[in-house]
Design a protein around this ligand. Structure first.
Ligand code: DGJ
Length: 371
């Protein structure tokens, strides 16, 4: 009897702890993750930045029945990556009609990095203008003097207009200029060939390259890169940012042309860059892809998915969101989208392991301890 009472007490305490944001350091992938007020964290598709011993989690605020941005980018703060304090809205959508970030726009995958030279926090995100579906395909930038904001919106647009990717030769350009994309039927081998050559890069030469799903990576030398789905989501591009992190320098490379990669997440270990992406299936999960390179500008080599365990073929039901370096360890983060109830979308956080050859492995765990 005594044991039974004790067990019940333990369960009650555990449930209470969970409701309060958890007293232990357990991460439970796919479950409700309560903040300091006991409310499920609402910061989807985002990323985590460390600044002066504090972690800041930024993400898309999702409403109960629309994926449109009605609030903006939210921020949570934590010292242990498990218990998060809601810091409110870091970048608010605008009520000014016609504003790029007008309430009702689509604002996705915000990432924040700190620039020590300017002492500014720089936020980049994927922006779709209100009422235009996913046609705008813009990158947008906002800055703040404080980590949790408020962030000031600066501008949005396509990127690197009047620039070809690195390595594109005069002969390539001459050939690309002769391609008339509307003469090709989508998904035919001929179309695929011209896509791989860069026909969409050429099409967008004057207007700037499309920029949808994205992340930002700051390298050891302090240089920052914008990594995004471009060319109708068919090809990834990696573009160098200016020293203040708020402009594109014009240097970029194309990665996996025609490979249809979204949701890029990247980290560097022992001098090697690893990138995990997804395929393009809307809000539905698909099998993760993985790439590696010795240089951020490539060449990039594709590997099998790093996921192992139940539902690994569908990335455990999630889509890559961010990879956070914590000391010498890495945490893979993904979103389980709930398009019919967007605010109920869940988070998958799992530690990245490495096999004997140093290749990343992401093993499913129902729960794990941050310690
Ligand atoms: C998949 C992307 O990764 C998400 O960020 C979002 O854009 C959805 N597609 C929309 O269908």
């Amino acid at each position: 009897m005594k044991t039974a009472i004790l067990s019940v007490m333990v369960i009650v305490m555990a449930v209470a702890a969970q409701a309060k944001g958890g007293l232990d350091n357990t991460i439970r992938p796919g479950e409700i993750w309560p903040d300091d007020k006991g409310v499920h964290i609402n910061a989807h598709g985002g990323g985590v930045m460390e600044y002066k011993g504090m972690y800041y989690w930024f993400g898309e605020h999702k409403s109960d029945n629309t994926s449109a941005a009605l609030v903006g980018v939210t921020c949570y703060a934590s010292k242990d990556l498990v218990h998060w304090k809601n810091m409110g809205v870091a970048l608010s959508v605008s009520d000014e009609p016609g504003s790029d970030i007008e309430r009702g726009c689509t604002l996705e995958r915000p990432k924040v990095v700190y620039n020590p030279a300017t002492k500014k926090f720089v936020m980049w995100f994927h922006l779709e203008l209100k009422g235009l579906g996913y046609r705008a395909a813009r990158a947008a930038v906002a800055v703040s003097d404080k980590p949790a904001g408020p962030y000031r919106f600066i501008r949005s647009g396509r990127v690197n207009a009047y620039r070809y990717a690195e390595g594109v030769t005069r002969d390539d350009i001459a050939e690309l200029e002769t391609i008339r994309l509307n003469e090709y039927e989508w998904w035919t081998p001929e179309w695929r060939k011209v896509v791989e050559r860069g026909a969409f890069m050429q099409r967008d030469f004057e207007g700037g390259q499309m920029a949808r799903d994205m992340t930002i990576f700051v390298d050891d030398d302090g240089k920052a890169y914008h990594i995004y789905s471009s060319e109708e989501n068919l090809t990834l591009q990696i573009a160098e940012l200016s020293a203040d992190y708020t402009f594109h320098t014009g240097r970029y490379v194309r990665v996996a042309p025609g490979g249809q990669n979204e949701a890029p997440a990247i980290f560097k270990k022992d001098g090697k860059y690893w990138m995990i992406t997804s395929g393009c299936t809307g809000w539905d999960p698909n099998e993760a892809r993985m790439f590696s390179a010795d240089n951020i500008f490539g060449p990039w080599t594709q590997h099998p998915s790093p996921c192992v365990g139940p539902n690994a073929k569908l990335t455990f039901g999630g889509q890559s969101m961010y990879i956070l370096k914590v000391k010498d360890k890495f945490i893979f983060m993904a979103d389980i989208w709930r398009p019919n109830h967007p605010s109920d979308a869940r988070y998958i956080w799992l530690p990245i392991e490495f096999d004997a050859a140093g290749v990343p492995v992401i093993r499913w765990r129902d729960s794990w301890n941050m310690d």
